[in-house]
Design a protein around this ligand. Structure first.
Ligand SMILES: [Zn+2]
Length: 344
């Protein structure tokens, strides 16, 4: 089958017209690139197909078609370049590019100071052979109060302090129910550290929040004494705060006897006295004591054979001292400027 020069030139001209029409409506650099690739493109361009027809022409027609082919190719390439220039000039991103502008800030996530403190406390006690224990946030009244030797009329059980649920349930007011649940499940010797959220109906002031993290520790074995308690907690304070003075003051809790509160020298004023330490130079960081025999017995542990100690502390307060934060409420504000300071 022979191909005539007139046929081939007519097809080539039709292709040129179609391509110019596509260029006119190509409204982005991506669309223009697609037209370029499908027309004059080196590998996929349809123009190549016309060049492939050249050997089929009669010898005298070849130079005529060759010249026509080259003219169309040059015309299309020039039209594509012109369209590219027009689209580039009107692209808003290109027009707005200002190389002298400062780079955009990089945002980075950071652990909350309370999380940092919790993880550090857990790490220190894990080094001492303690394991992590957890329990439910919605508790039975018995685990939260009864098993922990609270008398039935104890003020902590008042509706003002406790968030009660239906059918004798409540939101735990401390992590101490984990002590009872652990003692019911595992025989001594036991050393646990129990982090978790607790709930109070306290009003919100500089040092109280309705929900806050607590971390609790317990050791139960034969022959455990107050000496072990004091040595363990003093060791902890030195590791957490760096070398620090500590003192124990007698206190009272229903679930420990004797009970004590441990203070560390105020880190904000170095013991000189400031608003955070109420000018005393000391800050209470935890409550502790020897476990009351009634608590061991209610969990099914023989209090004649075994003894134990327990302590509890608030990581949010620990964070105040650790990082020199003046007001506990800042930690609940989700203020990026505050939280960013803890990015590592
Ligand atoms: Zn102070």
């Amino acid at each position: 089958m022979s191909t005539t020069l007139a046929d081939l030139v007519a097809q080539l001209d039709a292709f040129r017209d179609a391509t110019l029409a596509q260029l006119a409506v190509a409204d982005s650099l991506d669309a223009l690139e697609a037209v370029r690739a499908s027309s004059v493109g080196r590998t996929r361009g349809a123009l190549n197909d016309y060049k492939a027809q050249l050997p089929k022409l009669a010898g005298a027609d070849k130079p005529t078609f060759g010249a026509r082919f080259n003219a169309v190719k040059v015309e299309l390439e020039a039209a594509i370049d012109a369209r590219h220039a027009a689209l580039s000039a009107s692209a808003p991103a290109a027009a707005a590019l200002d190389l002298s502008m400062p780079a955009r800030r990089q945002w980075r996530g950071a652990k909350h100071p309370v999380t940092i403190v919790l993880e550090e406390i857990e790490g220190i006690f894990r080094d001492l052979g303690f394991t992590i224990a957890t329990g439910p946030e919605a508790e039975h009244e018995w685990y939260n109060f009864g098993a922990l030797n609270f008398p039935p009329d104890h003020p902590a059980m008042d509706m003002h302090d406790t968030l009660y649920l239906e059918r004798g349930g409540l939101l735990r007011t401390h992590t101490s129910p984990v002590q009872i649940r652990t003692l019911q499940s595992y025989p001594p010797p036991i050393r646990i550290i129990a982090p978790g959220n607790v709930f109070r109906r306290d009003f919100f002031d500089a040092s109280h929040a309705p929900m806050f993290a607590q971390i609790e520790g317990m050791a139960v074995d034969e022959g455990i004494s107050f000496v072990d308690l004091k040595a363990t907690l003093a060791n902890f304070a030195n590791r957490f705060f760096g070398e620090t003075k500590t003192r124990f003051r007698p206190s009272f809790f229903p679930f420990t006897e004797p009970s004590a509160e441990m203070d560390v020298a105020c880190r904000i004023c170095n013991g000189a006295g400031c608003a955070t330490c109420k000018q005393t130079g000391w800050v209470e960081i935890l409550g502790c004591g020897m476990m009351h025999p009634a608590v061991l017995e209610s969990a099914g542990v023989d209090s004649q054979k075994y003894s134990g100690w327990a302590f509890g502390m608030g990581p949010a307060r620990m964070a105040l001292q650790r990082f020199g934060i003046p007001d506990i409420r800042i930690q609940y504000d989700s203020d990026i400027a505050f939280l960013e300071q803890f990015a590592q």
